[in-house]
Each structure stands twice: as structure tokens, then as C-alpha cells.
Design a protein around this ligand. Structure first.
Ligand code: AMP
Length: 280
């Protein structure tokens, strides 16, 4: 595996991979690599793609009151992880390398980005799109790997890729959960066992929503009311949003169409902001 920190060296390595005839798949991450990332790496490898993982805590996607400074950074573990997963290149640029002083260009998607996480976290999708477009310009991957953990991110990137005719295939892998159902995320390391125990109610409430749909309930209001009721019993949980949405547009829907819609939730467990979602 190559570990690369500069844009120039990354361009050369990516060109070599392409020249060897391999399709290059890029997995952009914030580092602190975990089982969710591994599943995406394996998805691409199973198709024979060469995999480039970028591990970079992108400052552009964090708002001023968010957790940029304390976001988990595990550089040596990431190298060992990427080696174990037989990643071809681990790209770990510094913030200065990606966004040097004076950097002043950003890419904004103005529709799918607006609801859900976009309401309060206004920097999130603009910062992600800008960073990913730069990564794609450096690496020129044939495939962009993303996880269903971040459904709105998938929808925003799909829309931007379509609007701008980006020459990349978007490959989306399923959500990876721990054995107890908790959605795997780097931010889970912020949680104490007591926090985690309370937050598990979120997974239970999403399962309950799915049961309701199986038993014929279609009304978004009824499903959201039930989920809210389950979560209201937990002292440390505060819901930011629970919405039934169309998976492509992120628009709220009134009636569930099984397979087309999903329940998206964001919540605080004390000071930790987490998201989850479930296809209904
Ligand atoms: P992150 O490092 O959190 O920015 O995630 C990088 C990519 O991995 C994104 O496309 C995420 O959606 C995906 N990812 C993160 N956690 C999971 C998970 N639990 N299951 C599947 N994909 C995930």
C-alpha cells in the first residue's frame, strides 16, 4: 500500500493505477476508519477495482460551533487498517495541502442540501462537495464510493454529479451496524456506555416504524409520532428531526411507499449529535 500526503504524488499514483488498466474507486472519509468504511472498500474490491481511500478531516464541512478540533484522529490505526484491507493508496493530505491560505472557491448544491441536516449545518454539504470535487480532480476515479449511513450526502452528491455531468459512477453500499443495531460511526467513540444504551432506543424506534409499515400503516404523521413517543422516554436524547423523506430529493412525504421512502433522524445524546436512517 502507498501512503501519500501531497496532491502531486497522489496525482502520479492515481495515473499509474489507471495506466495499469485498473478502474480506480475513491472512498472519501474523515479517517478514524471503521467497519462501515471497510464494507465499502470490500464492495469495490469485489468488482476488481483499485481502491484509494482519503482520510482527511475536512475543515470546510464543519461549522464554527461543531466538533472539528475534537473529531477523532487515528492516523497510525488508519494506516494499519488500510493495509489490512489491502487498500491500494491511503491519501492523507494536510488541511494546508488541500485548502491553503487564500482558497476561495466552493461548490454548492442548492436544493437537496437544504432540508434535514442542511437546515442548521449550513457548511456541511457545501464543504463536502467542494472537498470531494477537489479529490476527484486530483484522483480522477471511475467510481465514487459512499455509504447509506449518510443518505442525504448520497442524494446531494448524486444531484451535483448529475447537474455537472461528473464522469464518475456512484457506488453506494449498505449501512453497517454493530451487533446491537447501533449505526457504526466515528463519533460513537464520544459516547459513554450509558449514552449508548439510551441511544439504542433510536434503532428500536426505527425497527418499530418498519413494523408499522409492514402492518399497513402509511401515514407519515403516525409513524413519526410513534418514533417520537419511544424516544421521549429517554432523558439524554433530544431529537433534532425525524422525517419521512423521498430518498432522492429528501423532500418530506405524507404517505409511505415501501421501498421508496426512508425515515431519517438526527438527535443529540447530551452533547453528541448523531444521525441514523432506515429504509421503510
Ligand atoms: P465518514 O468518514 O463518516 O465521512 O464516512 C465516509 C464514507 O463512509 C461515507 O460515504 C459514509 O456514508 C460511509 N460510512 C460511514 N459509516 C458507515 C456505516 N456505518 N455504514 C456504511 N457506510 C458508512
Amino acid at each position: 500500500m502507498q501512503k501519500i500526503e501531497t496532491i502531486t504524488a497522489m496525482r502520479v499514483a492515481a495515473a499509474e493505477l489507471r495506466a495499469s488498466g485498473r478502474r480506480v474507486a475513491l472512498l472519501p472519509t474523515l479517517g478514524a476508519l471503521h467497519a462501515g468504511h471497510a464494507s465499502l472498500i470490500r464492495l469495490a474490491q469485489a468488482r476488481g477495482d483499485a481502491v484509494v481511500v482519503s482520510a482527511f478531516v475536512n475543515p470546510l464541512q464543519f461549522g464554527p460551533s461543531e466538533d472539528y478540533a475534537k473529531y477523532p484522529r487515528t492516523p497510525s490505526a488508519d494506516v494499519a487498517f488500510a493495509e489490512r484491507e489491502k487498500v491500494d493508496v491511503l491519501f492523507t493530505p494536510t488541511a494546508e495541502e488541500m485548502f491553503p491560505k487564500g482558497f476561495s472557491t466552493q461548490l454548492m448544491e442548492d436544493y437537496v442540501s437544504k432540508p434535514l441536516c442542511g437546515v442548521v449545518r449550513t457548511a456541511l454539504f457545501r464543504g463536502t462537495l467542494t472537498c470531494w470535487l477537489k479529490l476527484m480532480n486530483i484522483i480522477q476515479p471511475a467510481v465514487l464510493l459512499m455509504g447509506e449511513k449518510d443518505v442525504q450526502q448520497v442524494a446531494v452528491v448524486r444531484k451535483a454529479a448529475q447537474d455537472l455531468a461528473l464522469p464518475v459512477e456512484i457506488l453506494v453500499g449498505p449501512m453497517v451496524r454493530d451487533a446491537d443495531g447501533f449505526a457504526v460511526s466515528a463519533r460513537n467513540t464520544y459516547l459513554s456506555p450509558a449514552h449508548r444504551e439510551e441511544a439504542l432506543a433510536v434503532y428500536r424506534s426505527l425497527c418499530r416504524a418498519k413494523e408499522m409499515v409492514y402492518s399497513g400503516v402509511k401515514s407519515a404523521d403516525r409513524i413519526v409520532a410513534e418514533v417520537t413517543h419511544i424516544l421521549a422516554e429517554k432523558r439524554r436524547l433530544r431529537v433534532i428531526y425525524i422525517l419521512l423523506v423521498n430518498r432522492e430529493t429528501m423532500e418530506a412525504v405524507r404517505e409511505v411507499v415501501p421501498g421508496q421512502h426512508l425515515l431519517a433522524i438526527s438527535y443529540w445524546v447530551d452533547e453528541v449529535r448523531l444521525t441514523d436512517n432506515f429504509s421503510l
